[in-house]
Design a protein around this ligand. Structure first.
Ligand code: SAM
Length: 200
């Protein structure tokens, strides 16, 4: 059942962009959520983390470890939804190898430029980063074998739109590996309108 959220979605998006531009540009800041390499190591990230440049990992802002659901196979086509500074995309690029491909999408330009810089630093040619909103993906139906995502869908009020897009761009039989925040109890209307609770 869809939940009605009386919130100014454009204002929310602009606040989210501000928050994650800071995570990108001032990674040493103490945020109210954990970030960086120590956090990824605490989450027991896979060995491929060692080859991800500091430029990406210092702005890692995932909420858990989507790789506990399994590794990727060589040659797979992967979408990283809300790729941030690119840590998961650059791990995925190593797993799928040169016959596979990874596209990270994000709506925050500062995050995209950090991810592109980190990809250039590694020299990989099977990963690209595209500016897009998760609710309107610029890809044809059935474009991907796997969708990965970490800490993104909890930030988006219209979850039905996101999942409709994920199912559309996945090939039949494709997989979804998502780490995200869920809640067990209903949130009051006042709570749902509080932009600080969404962005944090
Ligand atoms: C918590 S960060 C996680 C980034 C990355 N997945 C990681 O693990 O480091 C959330 C990211 O989602 C992006 N984001 C939030 N809402 C989005 C939307 N509607 N469409 C695309 N990206 C979005 C933000 O710009 C931010 O980079």
């Amino acid at each position: 059942m869809a939940v009605e959220v009386a919130i100014d979605v454009e204002l929310l998006k602009s606040e989210i962009k501000k928050t994650y531009a800071s995570v990108s540009e001032q990674p040493q800041t103490e945020f109210i959520f954990p970030t960086g390499r120590a956090w990824a190591e605490d989450l027991d990230y896979p060995r491929e983390l060692d080859n991800v440049p500091e430029a990406a990992v210092e702005s890692f802002a995932g909420v858990a470890n989507p790789w506990t659901m399994g590794r990727l196979a060589e040659g797979e086509r992967v979408l990283d939804l809300g790729s941030g500074a690119g840590t998961d995309s650059l791990i995925a690029a190593q797993m799928v190898g040169p016959t596979g491909s990874v596209i990270g999408i994000d709506m925050t330009p500062a995050m995209l430029s950090k991810a592109r810089g980190a990809a250039a630093e590694t020299g990989v040619s099977n990963v690209e980063f595209v500016e897009s909103e998760a609710e309107h993906l610029p890809f044809p139906d059935g474009s991907f074998d796997v969708v990965i995502s970490n800490g993104v869908i909890d930030l988006i009020p219209d979850k039905d739109a996101v999942f409709a897009e994920l199912y559309r761009v996945l090939t039949p039989g494709g997989r979804i590996q998502i780490a995200d925040v869920t809640i067990q109890n209903p949130v009051s209307a006042e709570g749902r309108r509080n932009i600080d609770l969404w962005t944090g």
